[in-house]
Design a protein around this ligand. Structure first.
Ligand SMILES: Cc1cc2nc3c(=O)[nH]c(=O)nc-3n(C[C@H](O)[C@H](O)[C@H](O)COP(=O)(O)O)c2cc1C
Length: 222
């Protein structure tokens, strides 16, 4: 797959088929992920794949509770606000909530939960290149997924369940949910354009180029 197609169309997919992801595909995803840059090449990362139905059922309950707490925090105004038009963002949040509801209801049907752990991840900088590479590699396989961090509300409980050696400094960064998507791939168009989020030489000075439409405009492979 063309790298630009993968970059432009790797949307977060929360509606998936139950079909399992073959082990060979899982190997290709992680083998791509571990090529990612990381500070000092210390590779203090660990990827824990969960496909056991009983474990998924236990995690589903925790996920549901964590999500309720996150939405309570959102309602109380306790989470980060968008840096742009709040009306447009409210519509985005409504869509995320709808697909998130579906995701939560079908949690135990998700074929693969990939937990990502790191030691001293530099505020995420040291681990997100690998996470994004995993998602791009999955995209090349026709596999979709979503990054979730909501389990942070009960990180201790989750790490205990998964027998993570926390005493060695491991922390849970994210849970990726992976599967063959029910929806179609498309360009992530709901983004503020380059000129609105960039400047040159001084903050707020004109970046010098205007991009009115996504610069990759092919037809996504599905
Ligand atoms: C650090 C991070 C944490 C996220 N956490 C969650 C989450 O807990 N649950 C969820 O459904 N989506 C989560 N997302 C996905 C975002 O909601 C998604 O990227 C955003 O809505 C844009 O969606 P799109 O790429 O499909 O356009 C997370 C994304 C990132 C980068």
């Amino acid at each position: 797959m063309d790298v630009h197609e993968a970059l432009y169309t790797t949307r977060m997919m929360r509606r998936m088929h139950e079909d399992p992801i073959p082990l060979e595909a899982q190997a290709r995803i992680l083998d791509a992920a571990i090529r990612a840059p990381n500070g000092g090449n210390t590779q203090r990362w660990h990827f824990l794949a969960v496909d056991d139905p009983k474990t998924k059922a236990q995690l589903a309950e925790v996920y549901r509770l964590c999500r309720a707490r996150e939405y309570a925090d959102i309602a109380a105004g306790g989470l980060a606000k968008p840096a742009h038009d709040p009306v447009a963002h409210a519509e985005t949040m409504r869509k995320i909530k709808d697909s998130g509801d579906y995701f939560t209801e079908h949690f135990t049907d998700i074929p693969l939960l990939l937990f990502v752990f790191a030691i001293d991840d530099h505020g995420g900088a040291n681990i997100y290149p690998a996470i994004w590479s995993a998602l791009l590699a999955a995209r090349a396989e026709g596999i979709g997924g979503v990054i979730t961090t909501v389990l942070r509300y009960e990180a201790e409980q989750v790490m205990e369940l998964l027998e993570v050696p926390v005493e060695a400094g491991w922390n849970m960064t994210a849970m990726l949910a992976l599967g063959y998507p029910r929806g179609r791939w498309g360009v992530a168009a709901n983004r503020r354009p380059v000129q609105e989020v960039s400047s040159r030489n001084r903050w707020g000075q004109d970046f010098g180029v205007t991009v009115d439409e996504p610069l990759w405009n092919g037809v996504p492979e599905n």
